[in-house]
Design a protein around this ligand. Structure first.
Ligand SMILES: Nc1nc2c(ncn2[C@@H]2O[C@H](COP(=O)(O)OP(=O)(O)OP(=O)(O)O)[C@@H](O)[C@H]2O)c(=O)[nH]1
Ligand SMILES: O=C([O-])CC(=O)C(=O)O
Ligand SMILES: [Mn+2]
Length: 609
């Protein structure tokens, strides 16, 4: 079929030639049965979710329990981001660096064009114009995704500002605006008369970024960060390159507003690796009386330096794509209240017999469930009912704790940045950086145990710089240099203070030493008091750590022993980190800023001293 005969091509609701040409060329390559321009309307949501129900991809949940919401089980092989299939195809391999997979862009395109050829046969090709961040930004951050997955369309309805309102911004005062094109195919052409799979996908997967062209190509997976191209692909990998070129930061961070009982308002951002507590902290319900936490974002922060020299953070997303297991009314009541309101998609959780959802950590299991593998499940068995990386996808506007300024195109001025990882030992509950450069060193050497958010082994300690290891769209050494330079470009006394936290330390029995969740407000409180100059700390070789008395433990039910264990700085454990950091810096190679080696030498000296 030549593209001109494909139904839907002519009904484009735009005159943007760049967009139209790309759509036509993609249709000619992928040969879909029809083309649909996505408008983002509630009617479209209903039509698409109905279609997904008819196809067996979605099961409509009981309206009395989860209105207008759906259960979805993916193919069991397509459950998480695939880091080993993710590529940064810069012209020069040096620009991808040692932490990314690289292939020459022309070679990669030659391979992928053959993958995309006819890949949408028998399917609808959806064209999704969208905007990351507020529509009323001075420079709206536009994107367009072409996909053959209706699941992606439904999910992008929640996660982005999608459709007509975004498309209007593609042309401004008669001038065509630039946008980030993202081509996505599940790689499962549908032969005439064949029955479709509930979750079509391909065993071969490619998640590919062409940073110089600001272009994304994704093939073979329908899942979250692999397929919702506005999220990790655009807002982190491509945006980090754009941010380097333009002097700002695109980070894997939550953003929250914290108000003290005295009414003092502060804004914080925190970078933790996938499945290490961002969403929970962003929606934290403080256990300390009088404190309030409001949500601005739970996963991604775009940070620009304002005219007043402060760091201003914007959440580019429009919804939450949160880890389900472990979420309940005790750990994260605000997430629970948000998903209860409806309009949500649940992927790879378990389904109850009365049309509700269930996962490990949400309370007592019923006698019978349909597991994420779509099998009968009972509590006596040994298998998990929900996949550890199962997710809820729900709109931010129905989160009761969202801050009124969550949608402000200016962003919010950051007072503190937290880096954190999942470490059963070594890393204390909280450490304050000595200064900006030391804070960048803390971020650059951040370590964490791997989780189910990506395929591969779970629980292996690895360096995950600024929680961005899988998301830096360029050379990690250049990224550290960019962090240092960005700090120099801001007003020195207005720089956010940097802290390093670890909610996941364990005792000799394997139990968490710190209760976490709502109790984490006590750590935030200490950090804000440090900024105000009112809290005590001890200088240790790794930075400033609270004295046990400096943490507000009023009403906290935990042993003195556990508190001390949470805060302990064990010099021997830290000495054991030094060769690992050394190895990590060697891996990064020539692009590593010399200041990072200086910081390591200074740390070694303090540990020896
Ligand atoms: N022990 C403990 N567990 C926590 C804490 N905060 C979060 N968790 C658990 O860690 C897991 C991941 O938490 P999330 O808040 O969803 O992590 P995230 O960083 O948003 O993850 P992504 O969405 O993958 O980026 C969940 O199972 C939580 O229940 C904490 O303070 N203590
Ligand atoms: O991107 C995804 O699929 C889910 C996510 O938020 C992460 O892994 O950090
Ligand atoms: Mn999250």
């Amino acid at each position: 079929m030549t593209a001109t005969t494909i139904p839907g091509l002519d009904s484009a609701p735009t005159t943007h030639q760049g967009l139209l040409t790309w759509v036509r060329e993609t249709a000619e390559l992928t040969q879909p049965a029809r083309i649909e321009w996505v408008d983002g309307s509630p009617e479209e949501w209903t039509r698409i979710t109905d279609l997904l129900v008819d196809n067996g991809t979605f099961v409509r949940l009981n309206d009395a329990k989860k209105p207008n919401s759906f259960w979805c089980a993916s193919d069991p092989t397509d459950v998480a981001r695939v880091e080993d299939r993710t590529f940064i195809c810069s012209r020069d391999p040096k620009d991808a660096g040692a932490t990314n997979n690289w292939m020459d862009p022309d070679d990669m395109k030659a391979i992928m064009v053959e993958r995309f050829r006819d890949s949408m046969r028998g399917r609808t090709m959806y064209v999704l114009p969208y905007c990351m961040g507020p529509l009323d930004a001075d420079e709206p951050m536009l994107g367009a995704e072409i996909t053959d997955s209706a699941y992606v369309v439904a999910s992008m309805h929640i996660m982005t500002r999608l459709g007509s309102k975004a498309l209007e911004l593609f042309t401004k005062d008669g001038v065509e605006q630039t946008f980030v094109p993202g081509l996505h195919s599940i790689g499962a052409p549908l032969e005439a008369g064949a029955k479709d799979a509930a979750w079509p996908c391909n065993d071969t997967k490619y998640i590919v970024h062409f940073p110089e062209e600001r272009l994304i190509w994704s093939y073979g997976s329908g899942y979250g960060g692999n397929a919702l191209l506005g999220k990790k692909c655009y807002s982190l990998r491509i945006a980090s390159v754009k941010a380097r070129d333009e002097g700002w930061l695109a980070e894997h961070m939550l953003i929250a507003k914290v108000t003290s009982p005295e009414g003092v308002e502060k804004y914080i951002a925190a970078a933790f690796p996938s499945a290490c507590g961002k969403t929970n902290l962003a929606m934290l319900e403080p256990t300390l009386p009088g404190w309030k936490v409001e949500t601005i974002g739970d996963d991604i922060a775009w940070i620009r330096i304002g005219e007043d020299g402060r760091f201003y953070a914007v959440n580019p997303e429009n919804g939450f794509f949160g880890v389900a297991p472990g979420t309940d009314y005790h750990t994260n009541p605000n997430a629970m209240r948000t998903i209860e309101k409806g309009g949500s998609i649940f992927t790879n959780v378990a389904l109850t017999d009365d049309g509700d959802i269930w996962w490990e950590g949400i309370g007592e299991a019923p006698d019978h469930l349909t597991s994420w593998k779509q099998q009968d499940w009972s509590p006596e068995g040994s298998e998990l009912a929900a996949h550890p990386n199962s997710r809820y996808c729900t709109p931010i506007h129905q989160c009761d704790t969202r801050a009124p300024e969550w949608d402000d195109p200016k962003g919010v001025p950051l007072d503190a940045i937290f880096f954190g990882g999942r470490r059963r030992d070594t890393v204390p509950l909280v450490t304050e950086a000595r200064d900006w450069q030391h804070g960048v060193f803390m971020g650059a050497t951040l370590s964490s145990e791997t989780t189910a958010a990506a395929t591969g082994a779970v629980g292996v300690v690895r360096r995950d710089p600024m929680a961005m290891l899988p998301f830096i769209g360029y050379n990690a050494g250049d990224y550290f240099a960019h962090w240092i330079a960005t700090g120099k470009g801001a007003d020195a006394d207005k720089l956010p203070k940097i802290f390093y936290v670890n909610w996941f330390r364990r005792d000799e029995n394997g139990a968490f030493t710190w209760p976490g969740f709502g109790e984490n407000i006590r750590v935030i409180k200490w950090a804000l008091e440090r900024i105000a100059g009112t809290a005590a700390a001890v200088d240790t070789p790794i930075g400033r750590v609270p004295t046990p008395e400096a943490i507000d433990t009023d009403g906290l039910d935990m042993s003195d022993e556990h508190l001390r264990a949470s805060l302990a700085v064990d010099v021997e454990e830290w000495r054991a980190e030094l060769p690992l950091i050394e190895e990590w810096f060697d891996k990064i190679g020539a692009a590593l800023p010399s200041t990072m080696r200086d910081e390591l030498a200074a740390l070694r000296q303090r540990l020896d001293g």
